[in-house]
Write a protein that binds this ligand. Structure first.
Ligand code: SF4
Length: 191
């Protein structure tokens, strides 16, 4: 099977990719498409870490550096359920489009590892988007790999983010090590 893995970040993707690569008959590639990560400085840190991870795993990965901060600011409301639904759909839809254009049989996403995301929604959206693009959605409950992914990431010194990605989630995170970002400035420059 030629499978495309949507990579949300290295700490989520590393154990998933590692597991998938080892399956017999699996040809795995990745795509980094996450226009939900703001500001640009944070986006860069996460993308750079995925590049390191891709090198470590010898995994071919396509990178998209779309930003869409203005879209997030103007179109996505503070209602979390609605906002996250739009966010998943945007990322899975672009992954499916890329998969179809590049002759993959199926796609999946490292979002399925996270106990903090709406797992069932991602799963049902994955199947429905795959169907729309004439592809298969590869579903596996990767949540049991979550701890392993964190351990590998710590051991390899990967950057581990302290909030989900969008500026709403930045405000919602009370992580003591959250980086200090000036979102007013980011909005002015749309970065
Ligand atoms: S909280 Fe996370 S999943 Fe939800 S919109 Fe923000 S970045 Fe996307």
């Amino acid at each position: 099977m030629k499978l495309l893995l949507h990579i949300c970040c290295a700490p989520c993707a590393v154990a998933v990719a590692d597991t998938l690569i080892s399956k017999p008959g699996m040809v795995l590639e990745g795509v980094f498409y996450n226009p939900n990560i703001h500001p640009a400085e944070e986006f860069q840190k996460r993308m750079d870490t995925v590049k390191i991870m891709a090198g470590d795993l010898d995994l071919p990965v396509a990178f998209f550096d779309d930003n869409k901060l203005d879209y997030w600011k103007s179109s996505l409301k503070t209602d979390k359920a609605l906002r996250c639904r739009t966010c998943y759909s945007l990322r899975l839809e672009n992954t499916a489009k890329f998969a179809r254009e590049n002759n993959f049989d199926a796609f999946t996403t490292s979002l399925l590892i996270s106990p903090y995301q709406d797992h069932e929604l991602i799963k049902s959206m994955g199947y429905s988007i795959a169907n729309k693009y004439g592809l298969d959605f590869y579903y596996e409950d990767f949540r049991e790999l979550y701890r392993k992914g964190r351990e590998i990431s710590r051991a390899r010194n990967y950057y581990m983010q302290k909030y989900c990605g969008c500026f709403y989630s930045y405000s919602e995170s009370d992580h003591p090590k959250k980086p200090i970002y000036n979102f007013e400035q980011a909005f002015e420059k749309n970065l």
